[in-house]
Design a protein around this ligand. Structure first.
Ligand SMILES: O=P(O)(O)O[C@H]1O[C@H](CO)[C@@H](O)[C@H]1O
Ligand SMILES: O=c1cc[nH]c(=O)[nH]1
Length: 259
């Protein structure tokens, strides 16, 4: 028996997990983790249509300043993120920006600040199925540079600041020991989240572009979090990163980004 070529297997069919077909999504896709966040993001799109909602993957497609853009939730963690990126790519998506929340690891990052990931430490198991352990997980340079530049502009008159650097993509939210967190802090990492390294790895293997911007929900270095309470700075950070990501895609599109 021969191993099935997944590209051929998935061509022209409704994608198994995201529930969509060719034409349902744009070439540019925003990727929040939380399906409920797609509703917030869709409010920034013109003529946003709910295209599908299967499992944790909820998708709207609409327009920002005339550019067709989709938003699909990945769910939490690398396995479902890799599945979403693969299936979205199968039906024509080419550029992804993850819009996440994260825990900050350095003193200068306040709750509600934004962190753009330049590369991710692969503290997860999904990317092992794609690349060797010592293979880097790097964000797309052009999309990331534009993301930082738009974020600086948009944060100029806001309390929120923008930071950039290396992110730890961890496979556990509750399993991180204080020693583990301290090690990441000492290595100079900016933040922890749970999806970026798998996204960048899938993008690298498939010749796509992937980038990440996250709002800080907590600061582990300072021992600050708002768990159990309404996190208003985080909510504002999510709205701000949405506007930044949309403007980034618009500017890259206008500049003729190669897809
Ligand atoms: O807010 P999202 O995008 O889900 O991102 C972060 O939040 C979840 C953990 O609370 C993980 O998915 C982590 O990466
Ligand atoms: O967002 C995240 C992900 C992992 N660990 C955290 O503390 N926060």
């Amino acid at each position: 028996m021969t191993v099935v070529n997944k590209d051929e297997k998935t061509k022209g069919i409704r994608q198994y997990h995201i529930g969509m077909v060719d034409g349902d999504v744009a070439e540019y896709v925003l990727l929040p983790g939380d399906p409920f966040r797609t509703d917030i993001i869709a409010k920034y799109l013109d003529d946003a249509e709910l295209v599908a909602h299967k499992r944790e993957h909820k998708t709207y497609t609409g327009f920002y300043k005339g550019v067709r853009i989709s938003v699909t939730s990945t769910g939490m963690g690398c396995p479902s993120t890799a599945i979403a990126a693969e299936e979205l790519a199968n039906i024509g998506a080419k550029v992804f920006i993850r819009l996440g929340s994260c825990a900050a690891l350095q003193d200068e990052i306040d709750i509600g600040d934004l962190v753009v990931t330049t590369g991710a430490m692969k503290n997860e198991g999904t990317s092992k199925f794609y690349v060797p352990d010592n293979f880097p997980a790097i964000a797309d340079l052009e999309v990331t540079s534009e993301l930082i530049s738009v974020a600086k502009e948009y944060c100029n008159d806001k309390t929120a600041k923008v930071h950039w650097g290396i992110t730890s993509t961890d496979d556990s939210f509750y399993g991180e020991s204080p020693e583990w967190i301290q090690k990441l802090i000492d290595l100079g990492l900016k933040n922890i989240e749970m999806e970026s390294s798998a996204l960048f790895t899938v993008c690298h293997r498939r010749g796509l572009r992937g980038a990440t911007i996250c709002a800080a929900a907590a600061n582990h270095k300072r021992g600050e979090n708002l768990w159990g309470k309404r996190n208003l700075p985080l909510e504002e950070g999510i709205e701000l990163e949405t506007q930044i990501a949309l403007e980034t895609l618009y500017r890259l599109h206008q500049a003729g980004l190669k897809l």
